[in-house]
Design a protein around this ligand. Structure first.
Ligand SMILES: *[C@@H]1O[C@H](CO)[C@@H](O)[C@H](O)[C@H]1NC(C)=O
Ligand SMILES: *[C@@H]1O[C@H](CO)[C@@H](O)[C@H](O)[C@H]1NC(C)=O
Ligand SMILES: *[C@@H]1O[C@H](CO)[C@@H](O)[C@H](O)[C@H]1NC(C)=O
Ligand SMILES: *[C@@H]1O[C@H](CO)[C@@H](O)[C@H](O)[C@H]1NC(C)=O
Length: 498
């Protein structure tokens, strides 16, 4: 394996672990409730894969509401003798699955089930919740709304469920796209700068001007097939472990993310701070007993700033209003650093690594649904938290952009996010045809989002990105008759050219 440094590979494995693009799909619906005093709409959350709701209030059927919000409805004995014919039921969340509640509700003759939730709303889903046996609409409603409802009138309340009109275009996907392509361009540019710098040094050295520092040796990864196999096996193992022990390992990922992204941010900002004219304030080192060589104070300040930014994210990571922005910033620094650090010197290495990542992605998105109990892919479950998990934590290895719900700004204040795994951003790209790599990357990512919208299911982004990049680079190399040089490029040989 030679120069393929294991520690770098490990951090890189962590960076490309999650590769799922996820458009925010706000499964919000409106519950129109009518009492004999007034009418009011409430925001509920349903699952469009399970229940098909009318989009027009006039075609929606009204049912009498039956308030059992103190009851979980988990036992057949919970159903009253006369059942609940022609009603929409309100039951308490918890104690048993949504499927169990729905089964009993149908058994009692109900025409709709509203599960009253104390916690924030989620899209109802579960391994035993299938469209085939879900004959009534199921939605989650906030507890405070159920209390509010009682003011609508004395006597019985009537209710109808209406799906919210979807906004025509999901802008958050566009922002995610810009974020990803911007990161790839910046990362590639940075790594290009480093290459030029290194080439200069190497050439100087060849001219007999001084020696290369040990630290500044060639900083690239020679990827052989065996390295790539080990790398992808490692990646798969981490992902499967995460799937089975999500509730514990998610904390490991969160802490690692904090450390790695703080480090990434530090490295990104270091060149900028180095350029600041701060060199004048240097603390005298001789007065301190143990530290003869004190690091420059501005670097300590920078390190502290980066760490505290990561710590801020850690503390406020559940605050949906703004924690995502910090996560994106830290994630961008992390990915930039990975793109810069994992430099693969030739096309052969890129081809091998990208091919194995391609197989990894397709396997975990398209093949694992046949292996899991719930029929959902492992990658999707990791990205959106496995349904059997009791943890409230989400894995942080994703770019997140909230969707603006323009259709209902005040009623449904829940946040939904479009997401893109870091694994789709921190890819190794052939550096020679940088412009072509970036363009083909953007095209591949765009195809992914189109596929997402057309198929309405999780897509392995690398399925589109990898062929786009590899094909484009091969074609360009063929046209320029540079294929053999490109294949095993040793870019430090051509000193005379620069
Ligand atoms: C619905 O179907 C799934 C699979 O077919 C099954 O596992 C589940 O128990 C069913 N749920 C109910 C409530 O019947
Ligand atoms: C339903 O019952 C709960 C308590 O059992 C009560 O707080 C709430 O106001 C009731 N809501 C309606 C609409 O009757
Ligand atoms: C009930 O909801 C309406 C509209 O959202 C709001 O104006 C009102 O203050 C709420 N009442 C209570 C008691 O929460
Ligand atoms: C609403 O219904 C209650 C009982 O069913 C009745 O006492 C009340 O007068 C009604 N209010 C209006 C505004 O119709």
């Amino acid at each position: 394996m030679g120069s393929a440094r294991p520690s770098l590979l490990c951090v890189y494995a962590f960076a490309v672990l999650s590769t799922l693009p996820f458009p925010a799909d706000a499964d919000f619906a409106l519950l129109n409730v009518q009492g004999n005093y007034s009418i009011q709409s409430y925001c509920v959350m349903y699952n469009h894969m399970l229940s098909h709701l009318p989009t027009d209030l006039h075609t929606a059927h009204m049912y009498q509401l039956q308030n059992l919000s103190w009851l979980e409805l988990c036992e057949p004995g919970d159903i009253p003798a006369r059942g609940f014919p022609n009603t929409m039921l309100l039951v308490k969340r918890g104690k048993c699955t949504f499927a169990r509640k729905a089964e009993l509700a149908v058994h009692g003759g109900a025409h709709g089930l509203l599960v009253v939730s104390h916690d924030p709303l989620v899209t109802p889903s579960g391994s035993d919740l299938m469209p085939d046996n879900m004959s009534i609409p199921l939605a989650l409603i906030r507890q405070q709304d159920v209390i509010n409802m009682s003011q609508l009138g004395k006597g019985s309340l009537w209710a109808a469920l209406v799906a919210m009109p979807k906004s025509t275009f999901n802008w958050s996907v566009l922002i995610i796209f810009a974020l990803a392509v911007g990161t790839v361009v910046l990362g590639g540019y940075w790594s290009g700068l480093c290459d030029v710098e290194m080439k200069k040094r190497k050439c100087k050295q060849e001219d007999g001007e001084g020696k290369l520092d040990n630290k500044e040796k060639e900083d690239t990864l020679d990827i052989s097939t065996s390295t790539a196999v080990i790398f992808v096996l490692m990646l798969s193992t981490i992902l499967v472990l995460l799937y089975f022990f999500y509730d514990y390992l998610v904390y490991v990922l969160i802490v690692l993310f904090c450390l790695a992204s703080a480090m990434g941010l530090y490295k990104c900002l270091l060149p900028l701070v180095d350029r600041l004219p701060l060199k004048t304030c240097i603390i005298s080192t001789t007065s301190l007993p143990f530290m003869h060589k004190l690091p420059q104070p501005q670097l300590i300040v920078l390190a502290a700033a980066c760490l505290s930014l990561a710590a801020t994210w850690f503390v406020f990571r559940h605050d949906d209003r703004w924690a995502w922005a910090l996560q994106d910033l830290l994630g961008m620094a992390f990915c930039l650093n990975m793109i810069q650090a994992v430099r693969i010197p030739n096309f052969k290495g890129c081809l091998i690594l990208l091919s194995f990542l391609f197989i990894y992605d397709v396997f975990f998105v398209f093949i694992t649904p046949f292996l899991t109990k719930s029929g959902e892919s492992i990658m999707t479950q990791i990205a959106t938290r496995p349904s059997n998990s009791t943890s409230k934590e989400m894995i942080p290895l994703l770019f997140k952009i909230p969707t603006l719900h323009l259709s209902s700004p005040t009623l449904c204040q829940g946040f939904t996010f479009s997401m893109l795994g870091f694994g789709d951003v921190g890819l190794p790209a052939p550096k020679i045809y940088f412009i072509f790599s970036v363009i083909s990357y953007a095209v591949g990512l765009m195809l992914t989002f189109v596929a997402l919208m057309l198929m309405q299911m999780g897509q392995p982004a690398l399925l589109y990105i990898v062929p786009c990049m590899l094909l484009t680079c091969t074609i360009v190399a063929c046209i320029r008759r540079e294929l053999s040089m490109f294949w095993s490029n040793t870019k430090f040989t051509a000193c005379a050219q620069h």
